[in-house]
Design a binder for this molecule. Structure first.
Ligand SMILES: Nc1nc2c(ncn2[C@@H]2O[C@H](COP(=O)(O)OP(=O)(O)OP(=O)(O)O)[C@@H](O)[C@H]2O)c(=O)[nH]1
Ligand SMILES: [Mg+2]
Length: 465
């Protein structure tokens, strides 16, 4: 028997198999097999004959080793006939008991079958894409859904998986293909009296498309933020209680807390769910005035502070924490409040009874005594909502959004080419820019074909020619 473990992901004729559920002891584990020999493979490791297989119906059977016929497990089998499956190929799903020996036994037997090899990461979804079952944005959404940690991430992934983003891009592609078809016709038949005038009809259409794309690009990156996490930096003077606050929010001791000013030197990150939003919370080194600036460069503490300021710069939201046990407001921290939008001023150690003044009435909390924390969380959530809303066209705008830098880069390139086409004079140059723009849109969904375009050109304009 052949055991082909070649890593050629593009060879669709191979039957691929993999454990689809997580490894470890569990009640049930699912092994997925996809490809032309999936059924034969199943028959080889069971007593079921191919004519006995019932598609899309659970079938209980005994799995056996091919040669020794030793029983491996009693399993539930689900078979899907090509092209009506996730990958578009014939699929057999083995629901086996989730023990390591059972799983390894089944995988081993599958691996010994002719034409079968272990799937590479993402290969089932890759085949689904290659077989036209989904576009690239939908395939990406499958990965996002698997990694979703919060409800909002889950909703976003589900919407994209349902084709929401792909649909918008598809509509733009259709519009653009039509526009391009007219321009091409103008080039092909310059003497004909075409009903369409580039200046009167085409340019306004391109401008309208640009407006729509701009609206999506101007979304304050909320899709990416939701996918990757909203960055919140805790920043302030040494000893203010930044690390204590991070530990409290993360509900574990991730940062060292001590009464020695300058304890935290590096940036420490915690991934949390705050109000359904995925958050990356950063604890930073305390800002000590004598360690800020050019002349102290090189010390560990000044490097820590440099990083702290960088984190503050890159964060979506900054919680500026003041030490309520002191009597003067830390000037460096206050400066940051002024410098950035989306900051939240908080005075810690309320339990000490200090009366530290803040010009704008900062929130007062005590991490030690769990005082004012609910109000703080509420304020933090409304800041997060403000950041997320900043990119929404309207309050109830549910427009599907860009969730990855990859989409954004391609869309920006597309927008630039459209912009250039508006200024271009010759139809040839306009057409070239439009073609490039179309290709960029195609990159987002993974559909780059000239055939569509030729179809439109010839269908609409070559009557009798
Ligand atoms: N009384 C009181 N003490 C607190 C409170 N929060 C933190 N502390 C104490 O303040 C000291 C400093 O706390 P940290 O969390 O290490 O402060 P930090 O801001 O991370 O300090 P650096 O890392 O040095 O910048 C520790 O001794 C904490 O136990 C509070 O709400 N009340
Ligand atoms: Mg600290």
């Amino acid at each position: 028997m052949m055991n082909n473990n070649s890593n050629n992901g593009s060879d669709a004729r191979q039957t691929i198999y993999a454990l689809a559920s997580a490894r470890g002891v569990a009640g049930v584990a699912v092994i997925r097999v996809s490809g032309p020999q999936a059924l034969e493979g199943f028959c080889a490791i069971s007593d079921i004959r191919s004519e006995q297989i019932r598609y899309r119906k659970a079938q209980l059977c005994e799995l056996k080793r091919c040669v020794s016929r030793e029983t491996l497990d009693h399993a539930l089998i689900l078979a899907f006939k090509a092209p009506h499956s996730y990958t578009g190929e014939t699929i057999v799903e083995y629901h086996v008991h989730g023990g390591v020996a059972v799983i390894d036994g089944v995988l081993e037997e599958l691996g010994s079958l002719s034409g079968h090899r272990l799937a590479e990461p993402g290969e089932f979804t890759r085949r689904a894409f290659e077989n036209g079952k989904m576009d690239l944005t939908e395939a990406e959404a499958v990965a996002d859904l698997i990694h979703a940690q919060t409800t909002l991430q889950q909703q976003q992934a589900l919407s994209q998986m349902g084709g929401a983003l792909g649909h918008v891009i598809g509509t733009w592609r259709d519009d653009l293909s039509n526009i391009l078809a007219y321009v091409e016709a103008e080039m092909e038949f310059p003497d004909e009296d075409l009903p369409i005038d580039i200046n009167q009809e085409i340019r306004p259409q391109i401008i309208e498309l640009c407006t729509q794309i701009d609206a999506h690009l101007n979304d304050n990156r909320r899709g990416e933020r939701l996918r990757d996490g909203i960055k919140i930096a805790i920043i302030g003077a040494p000893n203010a209680g930044k690390s204590s606050l991070v530990n409290m929010l993360a509900q574990r001791d991730i940062a060292i807390v001590s009464d020695i000013a300058g304890t935290t030197r590096d940036v420490i990150e915690a991934h949390l769910d705050i109000g359904g939003y995925p958050v990356i919370l950063s604890d930073t080194a305390g800002l000590r005035p004598d360690q800020i600036g050019e002349d102290v460069q090189g010390t560990i503490e000044s490097e820590g502070i440099r990083r702290a300021l960088l984190v503050a710069e890159e964060a979506d939201i900054r919680v500026i924490l003041y030490d309520g046990a002191t009597d003067t407001l830390d000037a460096h921290s206050y400066m940051l409040e002024d410098k950035y939008d989306y900051t939240l001023a908080v005075i810690n150690k309320a339990d000490m009874g200090g009366m530290l003044e803040h010009p704008d009435d900062a929130l007062r909390i005590s991490v030690r005594d769990n005082q004012g924390i609910d109000a703080f969380l509420k304020a933090l959530i409304s800041k997060i909502e403000a950041v997320m809303k900043a990119g929404k066209a309207s309050e109830d705008s549910e427009a599907p959004i860009i969730t990855r830098q990859r989409h954004r880069t391609a869309l920006i390139a597309c927008r630039n080419e459209l912009g250039r086409s508006i200024d271009a004079k010759l139809p040839e140059l306009i057409a070239e820019d439009l073609r490039l723009a179309l290709r960029d849109l195609g990159r987002i969904t993974g559909k780059v074909d000239v055939e569509d375009l030729l179809d439109i050109v010839f269908r609409d304009f070559c009557v009798g020619k």
